[in-house]
Design a protein around this ligand. Structure first.
Ligand code: ZN
Length: 142
């Protein structure tokens, strides 16, 4: 193999402040950076739809995302999980699927609650924070 880039990657293992499940829609990458700017280390599961698979029925996708999270916990002693869904997500068909912006936000609130409830049943006492990402900020599910 030919070295194409020189870069010093730290060799030390770490404890992850969070495992973040985020949609790969790059419009929300800046928001991810703002959310994680004060974290020392975090594991990122960046997949289409973010936490969508965790809100649904049993599926290979749900098993995959859950496996990524439990592997983060096992390898990095992860302290909490962050789940994200966002407005105008292509994995859900986009905003055009909803009658109006409030209906869309209400739908995602229910999806986030379902994803969080499922995950809490799998990871016990670990904190799980569920966020709705909008174009003007980030909203934590209470
Ligand atoms: Zn998306």
């Amino acid at each position: 193999m030919e070295k194409t880039l020189s870069y010093e990657t730290p060799k030390e293992h770490y404890v992850a402040d969070a495992c973040v499940v985020w949609c790969y829609d790059d419009r929300f990458s800046g928001l991810l950076g703002a959310l994680t700017k004060d974290l020392k280390n975090y594991d990122l599961v960046k997949v289409a739809g973010g936490a969508k698979a965790l809100a649904g029925d049993p599926s290979p996708e749900r098993n995959f995302v859950l496996g990524q999270i439990t592997t983060s916990l096992r390898l990095h002693g992860t302290k909490r999980v962050v789940l994200m869904l966002h407005r105008d997500c292509g994995a859900y068909g986009g905003s055009k699927q909803f009658a109006d912006p409030d209906a869309e936000a209400a739908f995602f609130k229910d999806q986030l609650a379902a994803a969080r409830d499922f995950l809490k049943g799998e990871v016990g006492d670990l904190p799980v924070d569920a966020y709705f990402a909008d174009f003007d900020g980030l909203f934590l599910l209470s």
